[in-house]
Each structure stands twice: as structure tokens, then as C-alpha cells.
Ligand binder design. Structure first.
Ligand code: NAD
Ligand code: 0WE
Length: 263
């Protein structure tokens, strides 16, 4: 589905990353992949993983830095004649913001960091990707979570940042659409990744989620990857500004089944 397409993937940390599931699906669908890593601590890990996906371009990118974002595309333009897609799979808020009463634990600084790293960074990447995607009907994709639309315990300021990210999908879709590019998001169900491993009671959340999901289980990173492959491919040429739920149907039910209730 992606034969000959050049795709930049931002957000691989380890094999459990959603971005790794996306890279795997895209590589097996014929994409040429470039990977970024957040910092030197993650560099070796990312370079090892990339071997399986035939990656030969690895670039550092802390998305909180305009300079580092700019350099990624400068570097890419020397190895590739153009770019077809960017995958943004990055989210961060200071840990203290994600544990406790929303009104108590949310700070001005935490709000700024969460929105900068988790939402603005998608716009920052889009801005710089524009030149390399010129004339190629490109595709931009980001990752969101239902906590943008409905409250979830402890998701807190990340919910606000994801709401902002989803609004940016719609504004970017109009803006980048003028150049022939599409912009979408996948709203994924919960998965045990590095970002999730620091979260209190995450295992409880996973089992709650699985038991209330129409497909009766949680989703995998590969399932997110396959949806990402579709959205990035020409098969999705009619889809832009969209938030596609890859959550086994969780978001569609308020009261799905009474089977597990006891009285
Ligand atoms: P992950 O920890 O594997 O990936 C998060 C990535 O963000 C890491 O690679 C990390 O290096 C990167 N990152 C953080 N701050 C950065 C910065 N300043 N500059 C560059 N990179 C930075 O976790 P994940 O769950 O795969 O997260 C990927 C995306 O999926 C995030 O946007 C997350 O919000 C979203 N998401 C996750 C879940 C879930 O349950 N795991 C569900 C829905 C959406
Ligand atoms: O978007 C995410 C991950 C968000 C995240 C997680 C962390 C933990 C470690 C952002 N920043 C940090 N910062 C850290 O220091 N998800 C959708 C996964 C997730 O995270 C939650 C969830 C779910 C689901 C946090 C609280 C409650 C639910």
C-alpha cells in the first residue's frame, strides 16, 4: 500500500511504542522509513529497531526545539528527493500533572509543556515538512486519545493537550489541503507502552477497558499501525481532517453489556 513512499516517523522509543507498530506495518507495506529519536539515550535502541524495517536514516529530534525540527528536514532533503508522509506519535506532560485532582495538580508550567510537546509540535513538523512534500499529495498523521473528548481518571492536562491536537488536525487539514496534503489523527485505545508505564493503576485501566470494549479485548500497536498505513496510503485519498478511532469500539458505547454486573 505504501510502495515507494518516503515516510518520516517521530516517536519510536522502544519496541512497545505505537510508532514501532506503525513502522512495522508501513515497512511491510513497502514504505521507505526515516526515524527520529528524542535524545542520545534512545539513539542505540532506535537504530537497532530500525534495522528490521530497513531504515537507513536516523535523526535526533526533540520536538520542543524549533531548531532540531528544522534540522530534521534539512537532513532529510539530502537523502530523499521528497517526502510523502509524517507520523507524529509524541506526547508528554510532567508526571506530577497525571496523578491527582485536576484542579489541584494542574500548573501553568505543566500546561505549557504538555501543550508544547504534545500539540504544538505537530504544527511545527507540518510547517517544515511542507517544502519537502511539495507536489506529492502528502499525508500527516498524529495520535490522540479519547481523554480529549471525555474525562478519564488522571489523564488531566493531557486531555486538554489532545483536544488542542485534534483541533489542530482540522485547521492543518484546511491549511495543508491547499497544497494537496491530507491531515488526520488516530485515536487509539489504551496500550501498555513506555508512556503508559509511568501511570498509576494502568493495569486496572487496561482490564476495565477490555471488559467494556465491543471487541472484548484491548487493541495492539500493530492494529494502530495497519490503520496508519491505510490513512497514509492512496486508498485514503478522500479522508482529511478526520479522527479515526482504533479502539475496538470503546468510544461508541455508554452501556454495552450488563454481563459482568452481579446484582
Ligand atoms: P511511547 O513512550 O512509546 O512514545 C512516546 C514518544 O514520545 C517516545 O518515543 C518519546 O521519546 C517521545 N517524546 C516525548 N517527548 C518528546 C520530545 N520532547 N521530543 C521528541 N520526542 C518526544 O508511548 P506511546 O504510547 O507509543 O505514545 C505515542 C503517542 O500515542 C502519544 O501521542 C500518545 O499520547 C498516543 N497514545 C497512546 C496511547 C496509549 O495508551 N499508549 C493511547 C492513545 C494515544
Ligand atoms: O497519551 C498517553 C500517554 C500520556 C503521557 C504519559 C506520561 C507518563 C510518564 C504523557 N506524559 C507522561 N509523562 C510521564 O512522565 N496515553 C493515552 C496513555 C495514558 O496515559 C495516561 C492514561 C492513558 C490511557 C495517564 C493517566 C491516565 C490514563
Amino acid at each position: 500500500m505504501l510502495k515507494g513512499k518516503n515516510v518520516l516517523i517521530v516517536g519510536v522509543a522502544n519496541k512497545h511504542s505505537i510508532a514501532a507498530g506503525i513502522a512495522e506495518s508501513m515497512a511491510s507495506n513497502g514504505a521507505n522509513i526515516a526515524l527520529t529519536y528524542q535524545n542520545d539515550r534512545l539513539k542505540d535502541n532506535v537504530e537497532k529497531l530500525g534495522k528490521d524495517w530497513g531504515v537507513d536514516t536516523y535523526l535526533p529530534c526533540d520536538v520542543a526545539s524549533d531548531d532540531e525540527i528544522q534540522k530534521v528536514f534539512e537532513n532529510l532533503s539530502s537523502s530523499w528527493d521528497g517526502l510523502d508522509a509524517v507520523i507524529h506519535a509524541v506526547g508528554f506532560a510532567p508526571r506530577e500533572e497525571l496523578d491527582g485532582e485536576f484542579a489541584d495538580v494542574t500548573t501553568r508550567e505543566g500546561f505549557k509543556i504538555a501543550h508544547d510537546v504534545s500539540s504544538y509540535s505537530f504544527i511545527g513538523l507540518a510547517k517544515e515538512a511542507k517544502k519537502l512534500m511539495e507536489g506529492r499529495n502528502g499525508s500527516l498523521l498524529t495520535l490522540s486519545y479519547l481523554g480529549s473528548q471525555m474525562t478519564m481518571p488522571n489523564y488531566n492536562v493531557m486531555g486538554l493537550a489532545k483536544a488542542s491536537l485534534e483541533a489542530s488536525v482540522r485547521y492543518l487539514a484546511v491549511s495543508m489541503g491547499k497544497e494537496g496534503h491530507r491531515v488526520n489523527a488516530i485515536s487509539a485505545g489504551p496500550i501498555k507502552t513506555l508512556a503508559a508505564s509511568g501511570v498509576k493503576n494502568f493495569r486496572k485501566m487496561l482490564s476495565y477497558n477490555a471488559s467494556r470494549t465491543p471487541i472484548g479485548r484491548n487493541i495492539t500497536t500493530r492494529e494502530v499501525g495497519d490503520a496508519a498505513t491505510f490513512l497514509t496510503s492512496d486508498m485514503a485519498s478522500g479522508i482529511s481532517g478526520e479522527i479515526l478511532y482504533v479502539d475496538g469500539g470503546f468510544n461508541t458505547t455508554a452501556m454495552g453489556s450488563l454481563e459482568q454486573e452481579t446484582s
